[in-house]
Design a protein around this ligand. Sequence first.
Ligand code: S3P
Length: 452
Amino acid sequence: MTDNPRPRAATSRKSSALSGRGRVPGDKSISHRAFMFGGLAAGETRVTGLLQGEDVLRTGEAMKAMGARVERQGAAWIIQGTGNGCLLEPEGPLDFGNAGTGVRLTIGLVGTYDMTTRFVGDTSLSRRPMGRVLDPLRQMGTQVVEAQAGDRLPITLRGPKHAAPITYRVPMPSAQVKSAVLLAGLNTPGVTTVVEPVMTRDHTEKMLLGFGAALEVKTDPEGVRHIRLEGQGTLKGQEIAVPGDPSSAAFPLVATLIVPGSDVVIENVLMNPTRTGLILTLQEMGADIEPMNRRASGGEEVADLRVRSSHLKGVAVPAERAPFMIDEYPVLAVAASFAEGETLMQGLEELRVKESDRLAAVAAGLKANGVDCTEGEATLAVRGRPEGKGLGGATVETHLDHRIAMSFLVMGLATEKPVTIDDETMIATSFPEFMALMRGLGAEIETVEEAV
Ligand code: S3P
C-alpha cells in the first residue's frame, strides 16, 4: 500500500468579496485518458493543458512502466506510444496512489494482455471496490490471481492468450466501468459492445474516435446507448488541448456565489453536457452564472464563466442528473447550506464508493458546522441558512478525499465562524493550484503545519 503524506490541517474564514479572473487546471478525466491513449497509440501525442496533479502523473508513470515514452517539454507533454496491442509487462507493481479513475481504466486497458500486472494504491483507494471492473474482465478471460476481500487492491491480473469479446450492460451509472470494458476491447479480436442504460461522461468514446478507433455509438428508442468497438485496430498519436476541469471550477464558482459582493471570471471551462449538471442546478437555484465566449477547443466546447454572488433558493435535484454532476455534490451541499429553504439531492448511491463515503462525509461535516441536514440511503436534504449565521466553528474529517477538503474550505469563506479541515495534502491529487487560486481571488485560507 502507498503511504499517504503526513496530514496538514487548514482553516478558512469569512472573507470579503472575491474578485478577479482565474484558470482552473486541465480536466482530470481527459488528462488521464490523454496519457493512456497517447501511451498506447502509435507515434507521437502532444498534450497541452494537462492536469499535473498526482493522480494523473501516476497514470503517466504506469504508461511509462509499460513501454510508453512520456516527457515534459515546457508547457506540453510529449508521449511516444507503444502501438495498440504492444504494451509491455511492467517490472514492478503499478502504484495509483489515490486515483480511482487511473486504476480502474488501467485495469481494463491491460486486463486483456497476456501478461501479469499488479496494482496497488493508498489507504483510500485500497478500500474502494474493483469488482465492478474485474467482473467484465473475468468474462473476457482475465484471471484475477490476487485480490483482497471484496475485490480490493492490491490486485494481480493475468490476461488470457486471446481475449473473448463480450457485450456488457453496465450495471451502475459509471464512466469508469464503461471505459474499462472499452479499453479491454482495444486488445480483443472482434467487436466488444458496451450497453449503457444511463449515459455518463463520454470522454472515452470521443477521444478514442479522435485517435482513430473503429467505434460506433447508437442510442435506441429507450435512450439506451450501444457502444461498439472493433478491437485490435490502429490508434494514431494526436494533439490534445485539455480544457479546464468543470469539477475543479466548481469550488471557486460556489465560493463566489456564497461570499457576498463577489464577482469572478473562471476561464476556459469544459462545457461538455455530461459535465455541466452543477451549473444547471445552481442556475435553477438562482445563481448568476453567465457562460461567455463559448468556443470549440480540442473537440469540446469551452466557455469563460462569469459568476456573481447570488441569493440561492433550495431546489429538488432530479436523480437522473446525478451522472452529470457526480463529483459536485459535496460542493453543491455547501451552496445549499447558504440557500433559502431545502435542497433535496437524490440518486446518490455512487457517492458512497468515491475517494470516501462522500454522502456520509458531507453530512457529518455539515452537521458538525451547524447545518440542518438529513442523510438518507441515497439522498441528502440540506436546509440552508442564508448568510451562514451561526454556522461553522468545527473541524471536518476529510477521509483522504480531495473534494471533501476543498468543499469545506469553500464553506468556511462564508460561515460566521471559521471551518477547519483535518488534512489538505490530498488536494494535490486533482487541484494542486487550489490554495493559490483561491487566495488570489481574496479567499482567507491558512494552512497549519501540525496535524490537528
Ligand atoms: C470518472 C468517472 C466518475 C467520476 C470520476 C472520474 C472518469 O467515476 O466520479 O471522478 O474519468 O471516468 P464513476 O465512473 O465511478 O462514476
